[in-house]
Write a protein that binds this ligand. Structure first.
Ligand SMILES: NC(=O)c1ccc[n+]([C@@H]2O[C@H](COP(=O)([O-])OP(=O)(O)OC[C@H]3O[C@@H](n4cnc5c(N)ncnc54)[C@H](OP(=O)(O)O)[C@@H]3O)[C@@H](O)[C@H]2O)c1
Length: 245
């Protein structure tokens, strides 16, 4: 079995690679930096995991098309790479206190380009490479704004990604395809993306390793998750309403 994981050089992506790799899945380490990707391959190989590097930069679609030329067949495509709000334009970490009115068009464009358009291109390009019963998994977040969680660019980009997940799932179903596409919400995970502070509000911060294990388990189970957005505890998320009142 072969899995391509984007953003596999650190955080949740690396943890998914380790968990799947330990189950015998061959890992294609998608990373935008060759040195960080190759370093990850070394790390995984030293743990007995079959891994190789493949350059994928969601801001550069040529890398996606070139990567596809090197891959004949895939069992799992895991779209993990993603950025929070204002990654370049404002500050490195997710700013949960940012006012909605302070978002710029550039903030929105930058985040949508990576999380939505980049993921869309990955799916479009790699779908023909997916085996008959292959799976596409998109790593996602809660997209209902509430008092504690309303990063506009990040949530909007992942909401668009979720809609795409469901639209592809509908098409798979209507075409009687055995392929599946679904989203997994790992919940708050301490990584560079949030300055290792995620989960502070509910007092529970998951490690990347815990998240990786949950995601690998869902990726390898025999259930039909097509079209679902599955939370870390197995709950299927169907509520998309904002928690305003
Ligand atoms: N952490 C959480 O609490 C949490 C919760 C729910 C969902 N998620 C989702 O989980 C995924 C992984 O997040 P994480 O927490 O592990 O974050 P992370 O530690 O910051 O890792 C993000 C990964 O994405 C890569 N990446 C960023 N921009 C890219 C681009 N343009 N092209 C290719 N790769 C790119 C990064 O590569 P570089 O190393 O080169 O920057 C890195 O490998 C994201 O989609 C995120 O939205 C995270």
């Amino acid at each position: 079995m072969k899995a391509l994981i984007t953003g596999a050089n650190k955080g949740i992506g690396l943890a998914i690679a380790k968990s799947l790799g330990k189950s015998g899945v061959k890992i294609l380490v998608g990373a935008r930096s060759e040195s960080r990707g190759q370093e990850t391959v070394k790390k995984l190989s030293s743990q007995g995991i079959a891994a190789s590097f493949i350059k994928i930069d969601l801001n550069n679609f040529d890398t996606i098309h070139n990567a596809a030329k090197e891959i004949n067949e895939l069992d799992l495509l895991i779209n993990n790479a993603g950025i929070p709000d204002s990654h370049k334009t404002d500050q490195p970490d997710l700013d949960q206190k940012k006012m909605i009115s302070d978002y710029t068009t550039d903030d929105l464009r930058e985040t949508l380009e990576v999380n939505f358009l980049g993921t869309h291109e990955m799916i479009k390009v790699f779908l023909p490479k997916l085996v008959k019963n292959g799976k596409i998994i998109n790593i996602t977040i809660p997209i209902q704004p509430n008092d504690f969680w309303h990063p506009l660019a990040y949530q909007t980009s992942k909401a668009a990604q979720n809609v795409m997940t469901m639209a592809y799932a509908l098409e798979f179903k209507n075409m009687h395809s055995e392929k599946q596409i679904f989203g997994i919400m790992p919940g708050g995970v301490a990584t560079d993306l949030n300055g290792h502070t995620a989960g502070a509000l509910d007092g529970y911060i998951k490690s990347a390793e815990e998240a990786g294990e949950i995601i690998a388990k869902l990726a390898l189970d025999t259930e039909n998750h097509n079209g679902q957005i599955v939370q870390f505890d197995g709950k299927i998320i169907t509520d998309y309403e904002a928690q305003i009142h």
